[in-house]
Write a protein that binds this ligand. Structure first.
Ligand code: SAM
Length: 219
């Protein structure tokens, strides 16, 4: 699926999140940068927005961006080639559930809008805990809830996003987006999963009416 939409992925993201995806990624990058890591792993790197954000924030830091989609990696390569700091991003094909890295290879690791797509999330989180000797940061979408504007935000994700997505991508793929977001566990339950994966000090914050959450634990 991601191979098919790779070329239009960035545009789809901007339009469907009303530009909020950028703000949420910046928040993630800030958390990763706090420990001034020298080596960072960006799982489900997609078109490398997070990987590039990290190298821009941290001169001297190297980021390994991993993704199983050839199409997404091709878009990432084109973007990284043109970007400032892009020479410090290493892109590699792989699966979050079986990482080709030794224990403690990274000072920090992250995954933005990716854990939802990993079939065995516990295995993915265990792998992140194994290869990281610092913060493990997860950014993921959720169905907005609570607060006066939540019904409006829900209308956006349930009705508008699938239609806009199908129209812009020319495919039915964006039904998948809404369905997978609806099926994602509530924040407290996902935080519990991170703890079961061996991460310590797990906490999370709600972003924009709960339309996304940012989780942090220590590997
Ligand atoms: C919604 S995109 C997110 C891309 C990027 N992180 C961003 O911030 O835009 C989800 C990505 O998850 C990747 N993905 C799907 N299954 C995966 C897996 N098992 N392991 C790692 N990445 C996976 C997809 O190929 C896709 O690039």
């Amino acid at each position: 699926m991601f191979d098919r939409i790779a070329q239009r992925y960035d545009l789809l993201n901007r339009v469907m999140s009303l530009g909020l995806d950028r703000r949420w990624r910046r928040r993630l990058v800030k958390l990763v940068a706090e420990v001034e890591p020298a080596r960072v792993l960006d799982l489900a790197t997609g078109t490398a927005d997070v990987a590039l954000g990290v190298v821009r924030a941290l001169p001297g830091c190297v980021v390994v961006g991993l993704d199983p989609s050839h199409g997404m990696l091709a878009s990432a390569r084109a973007k990284v080639r043109r970007a400032k700091g892009g020479e410090r991003v290493r892109l590699t094909l792989g699966d979050a559930m079986l990482l080709p890295f030794a224990r403690g290879s990274f000072d920090a690791s992250c995954i933005a809008f990716g854990i939802r797509n990993v079939p065995d999330r516990l295995a993915g989180l265990r792998e992140m805990a194994r290869v990281t000797r610092g913060p493990v940061v997860v950014l993921e979408l959720a169905e907005p809830e609570g607060g006066a504007l939540a019904p409006l935000a829900r209308l956006h994700t349930r009705r508008l996003v699938p239609r806009l997505g199908a129209w812009l991508s020319g495919a039915g793929e964006y039904r998948y987006l809404q369905r997978s977001v609806a099926a994602f566990p509530p924040a407290a339950r996902f935080a519990e999963l991170m703890r079961s994966a061996g991460l310590s000090g797990v906490r999370y914050e709600r972003l924009t009416f709960g339309a996304a959450h940012l989780y942090v634990g220590q590997g």
